[in-house]
Design a protein around this ligand. Structure first.
Ligand code: AHM
Ligand code: MG
Length: 335
């Protein structure tokens, strides 16, 4: 270890050496993702100065108004990932179709899904935003992946992570062997391992939910939140605190640091679309990370990573975080 600590690339190389058949391709892909995140951190940090704040004049596939940075950060991801030969195809929150690798470049054995800038409604108010990604294997023998090739359950993920652009820029990563957190040292331009083996406490007294949707929730969530709010005077016998950043990367990072439960449940306002958050590039990677840190992640009725995807932009209800609280909410869905 150098005097500045273990860099993320050194960490990944050492992790991959433990797999004798490793070709180095996943390490190469991670290195490309790390480069994208550094570039995005730089752009987010300077967005006000270089005129990247505010809305673009377009909507994405979900009919949401795109921010200028949604489009630019999507381009950064695509341009860093499409030529290095590690990917067979990509899918992004910002692009309707599967993104193919240009003809002139070699194709690799992995697929990636990503949200280039999650929580982008927060850019103009200077609150944390982030990049979320999930890596899958391209099915054997497939040269031109289609949507069907991406329809793999979250349990099939090879690697997942997110980068949060907050007071510090941090990259959180799992390859199915625990969760590790790396902080960007801007002086040397490297992500350094600062939070090894992150774990989520099983119990918590902190919940995160958008309370303005309360009247639309289903009964199990109504019951759970009502009991939390009653505090020591109710059946839970303890007071709860609440947080809502409207930025999933910030919420999940907080939960990895001190526990908590995060919910974007189904409600009658969004029932038709199946939920708010997207399975393939928000719910699955976050669920992989949360489970690897000892937490749980559910729709209320099913483990999120066991949901069979039916579309790249499919939405699901999300309830994740400290094990005992998630189990409680799931039990309320059963009763
Ligand atoms: P986005 O990908 O368009 O930014 O939407 C996802 C975000 C999550 O980060 C966050 O949990 C949620 O949307 C907040 O939603 P709301 O504004 O309804 O509270
Ligand atoms: Mg998002």
């Amino acid at each position: 270890m150098s005097e500045i600590g273990t860099s993320i690339i050194q960490f990944i190389v050492e992790e991959q050496r433990a797999h004798p058949n490793s070709t180095g391709s996943l390490t190469g892909l991670m290195s490309d993702i790390v480069s994208s995140c550094k570039k995005i951190a730089h752009l987010v940090n300077r967005s006000g100065i270089i005129g990247l704040g505010g809305a673009a004049e377009s909507e994405n596939v979900q009919g949401e108004v795109q921010k200028k940075l949604d489009i630019i950060t999507n381009d950064v991801m695509v341009e860093h990932l499409n030529w290095t030969g590690h990917l067979a195809a990509m899918a992004s929150e910002e692009i309707e179709e599967v993104i193919q690798i240009p003809e002139q470049y070699p194709k690799g054995k992995y697929l990636i899904t990503f949200d280039p800038l999650d929580g982008s409604s927060n850019i103009d108010v200077n609150i944390s935003v982030g990049t979320i990604f999930s890596i899958l294997r391209c099915p054997e023998g497939v040269d031109n992946p289609t949507v069907e090739d991406f329809m793999q359950k979250g349990t099939e993920q090879v690697c997942a992570g997110f980068c949060v652009y907050g007071p510090t820029t941090m990259l959180i990563l799992t390859t199915g062997n625990g969760v590790n957190g790396f902080t960007l040292d801007r002086d040397v331009g490297e992500f350094i391992l600062t939070h090894p083996k992150m774990t989520i406490p099983e119990d918590t007294a902190e919940f995160a939910i958008n309370m303005s949707n309360q009247r639309f929730w289903e009964q199990p969530v109504q019951r759970y939140i009502e009991e939390c709010v009653q505090g020591v005077e109710g059946s839970r016998d303890k007071d709860f605190n609440m947080r809502w950043n409207a930025s999933m990367v910030a919420e999940v990072y907080r939960i990895l640091t001190r526990g908590g439960i995060f919910m974007y449940p189904i409600d009658s306002k969004i029932a038709k679309q199946g939920g708010k958050l997207r399975l393939m590039y928000e719910a699955n990677p976050m669920s992989f990370i949360v489970e690897q840190a000892g937490g749980l992640s559910s729709t209320g009725h099913q483990r999120i990573m066991e949901v069979q995807p039916t579309g790249v932009h499919q939405r699901v209800p999300v309830i994740l975080g400290s094990k005992n609280e998630v189990e409680r909410v799931v039990s309320y869905h059963k009763s």
